[in-house]
Design a protein around this ligand. Structure first.
Ligand code: ADP
Length: 398
């Protein structure tokens, strides 16, 4: 069975083609600058040279057509014909309360995704464009939606409700939803497999630390708490996002600093986080370098980031009344031994003990805790695409 996984952003599109018998990637790539001057596709296929195609792409439909042409290209593509694609899996950011799991897309599902546009105005529209483009180009091929929010639908009401008038939730859907669900679910499953115990018996804290960052408490295989909320802005300090702040700051910016709502929104999402604190970069590699060169704001940015991660891990251990496993994943979690060490050095009270040598690992699955550590600590590279492909194969096959 061959599954195409598509992740559409506003001006980009990532794809991976899977052979599900082997769970192997047959090809993958990225289309950038859709609808902007300089559109291009970068495509790679194991055992073949990387291909770059630069040509104007006005829409997601044109981008998907180019992806399909490349996948079936006699030299660059692994497929002979479009018909070899058995199903398409789409990453959809916001499923709201309508979706607690992945679903086969039909007109009713499309309506529900469209109803959630208000909740994710930047993300759901390009996801919808991707689905509609595939339906036009490959009619009859089953499509499955895999939601970033679905895994967190198991959060109890007392965890997802905000301390706001209840009507805001009932009438406007204002509650905590959580994101990165596919990633948290994937690494939690892998962690259970690595310790050889059923997921149902484990308390796992999964730390997805990338440009966007979130932490989830996974108890008995279910998300019971997660750090992102109504939008992916809540929680940790991130690359350019503020994470938790006193909401009164926003009122202050509007009333006393003369900022517009759009300016506040842009500041909180694009100009804050470690980038905002440091004034240097959102990338931890740049921050580490700047710190070495004596930049104290870069050092402050990283310290406050680690501090918040430590706070959330402590909170989630409290929520679950303990933790068996802590997982680090995503760009920073997978690659930075410094980040993992900075976080874990404050977790001795939980029974966390890191092996310095094992912690040197980069970008591959590994246990980094000592044999005597009460809490097992793992680095597990996330694989949201594989998770989407698995759900798609299961749902489309059924
Ligand atoms: P996203 O998918 O949210 O854009 P990623 O998961 O790709 O982000 O993570 C990107 C971030 O990971 C970078 O901004 C950088 O801070 C961090 N990162 C990646 N590699 C390293 C590394 N070797 N050392 C330190 N940080 C790294």
């Amino acid at each position: 069975m061959e599954i195409l996984v598509i992740n559409c952003g506003s001006s980009s599109l990532k794809y991976q083609l899977f052979d599900m018998e082997r769970e192997a990637v047959m090809a993958k790539g990225l289309v950038e600058r859709i609808g902007i001057a300089g559109s291009r596709l970068i495509h790679s296929c194991p055992g073949k040279d990387e291909v770059r195609i630069e040509k104007p792409l006005e829409s997601h439909k044109q981008a998907i057509s180019l992806v399909l042409e490349t996948l079936t290209h006699p030299e660059h593509g692994p497929l002979e014909s479009f018909e070899d694609i058995d199903a398409i899996g789409h990453r959809v950011v916001h499923g709201g309360e309508a979706f607690a799991r992945s679903v086969k897309i039909d007109s009713e599902v499309m309506e529900a995704i469209k109803r959630n546009i208000d909740l994710a105005p930047l993300h759901n529209p390009p996801n919808i464009m991707g689905i509609e483009a595939c339906a036009e180009i490959l009619p009859g091929v089953p499509q499955v939606a895999v939601f970033d929010t679905a895994f967190h639908q198991t959060m109890p009401d007392y965890a997802y409700i905000y301390g706001l008038p209840y009507e805001l939730y009932k009438e406007h859907g204002i509650r905590r939803y959580g994101f990165h669900g596919t990633s948290h679910q994937y690494v939690a499953h892998r962690a259970a497999a690595l310790v050889g115990k059923p997921l149902e018996e484990l308390k796992i804290i999964t730390c997805h630390l990338g440009n966007g960052a979130s932490i989830t408490a996974v108890q008995g295989g279910k998300s019971v708490e997660t750090s992102m909320g109504f939008t992916p802005l809540e929680g940790l300090i991130m690359g350019t996002r503020s994470g938790d702040i006193d909401p009164a700051i926003i009122i202050h910016m509007l009333n006393y600093l003369g900022m517009t709502a759009d300016e506040v929104n842009k500041m909180l999402n694009k100009k804050s986080g470690v980038y905002g604190i440091s004034g240097v970069s959102s990338d931890f590699r740049d921050l580490e370098q700047a710190e070495e060169e004596g930049n104290w704001r870069a050092a402050l940015a990283m310290k406050s980031f680690y501090h918040r991660v430590v706070k959330y891990i402590g909170a989630y251990a409290a929520v679950m009344n303990g933790a068996d496993i802590i997982v680090f994943t995503a760009g920073l979690g997978e690659n930075s031994d410094v980040a993992r060490e900075e976080v874990c050095k404050n977790l001795g009270y939980l029974g966390v003990e890191i092996d310095k040598k094992k912690n040197g690992v980069r970008g591959k699955e590994a246990e980094i805790s000592t044999d005597s550590s009460r809490v097992k600590v793992f680095v597990i590279p996330t694989n949201e695409e594989l998770m989407i492909a698995r759900d798609t194969a299961e749902i489309a096959g059924a």
